[in-house]
Design a protein around this ligand. Structure first.
Ligand code: HEC
Length: 245
């Protein structure tokens, strides 16, 4: 029983819970900063996840970068509109030379020219720039998924297992205790497995969303119940809890 532990052990368990809570918090920040920003509306939505996994085949790499990380490189939004309009009109060589090249020369070449930090992705000729208008956004790559899967699966499952072990030792004897302990473990596996089908299927994209949400909520609930058991109910002795040995 957690409540019978000495003060130093209870502090140690609390520190473990703090670490788990921080892990969840950083995961939340990461999702908010990298995935929730994909569509215009704030917060994580199905649209964000769909764009993250499946991409948007109507958007090319140049548009994607201009609207995203490069948007502050323009002197004014009008400049970006000129280039977007040029793409919409078919990205012709004439249009490039008269309208687009001057803007790129002024705002982009310092980095995307032969001397710049991004000389690997140059924007100094028509051919180079048009190449980026032909690259479509197909979402996260299988390579990235393969990179991230082992790390996330082990991380999420370890977190869920540690939380489950601590939670098991609380005095709470609800019928749902076993289900609560199993749920995050199930969600961890289902979440990471679903990534692999989310590129083709909206159902699995939705499953990523739901299993992620349930994982977070259940772990938070277990942390709170455990803290209450450790500190707030700590002094109450078993009289009212006959099932205890
Ligand atoms: C201060 C330096 C800097 C300036 C100025 C700059 N960029 Fe970039 N650009 C970067 C960096 C760094 C990256 C790589 C960032 C990344 O992939 O997240 C990048 C990536 C890109 C890419 C994707 C390249 C690829 O191979 O995937 C495009 C397209 C792009 N920039 C367009 C532009 C345009 C258009 C402008 C001018 C309006 C511009 N950039 C101005 C630094 C700059």
């Amino acid at each position: 029983m957690l409540s019978h532990l000495s003060l130093s052990y209870r502090l140690a368990v609390t520190l473990l819970l703090v670490n788990l809570a921080l892990g969840l918090l950083f995961l939340h920040v990461k999702v908010r900063e990298t995935i929730a920003v994909k569509d215009e509306s704030p917060g994580l939505s199905m649209d964000d996840l769909r764009l993250h996994f499946q991409g948007d085949p109507t958007v090319n790499r140049l548009q994607f970068m201009m609207r995203g990380r490069m948007h502050d490189k323009f002197a004014s939004p009008d400049e970006m509109d000129v280039i977007l309009e040029w793409i919409a009109q078919g990205a012709t060589r004439e249009g490039y030379e008269s309208d687009v090249a001057p803007i790129l020369a002024q705002q982009c070449i310092s980095c995307h020219g032969p001397e710049g930090e991004q000389s690997r992705c140059p924007l100094t000729s028509y051919e180079q720039v048009v190449r980026y208008t032909q690259m479509l956004d197909t979402g996260i790559s299988y390579e990235t998924l393969a990179d991230a899967s082992p790390l996330y699966l082990v991380g999420l499952a370890t977190m869920a297992a540690l939380m489950g072990l601590v939670f098991y030792a609380t005095r709470w004897r609800g019928r749902w205790k076993g289900v609560l302990i199993a749920l995050p473990l199930f969600c961890a596996a289902a979440n990471v497995l679903s990534w692999w089908s989310a590129k083709q299927s909206d159902f699995f994209t939705w499953l990523v969303y739901m299993t992620g949400l349930v994982y977070g909520l259940v772990v938070i609930a277990m942390i709170l119940i455990t803290l209450i058991d450790l500190w707030i109910l700590a002094e109450e002795k078993p009289a009212s809890l006959p099932s205890k040995s």
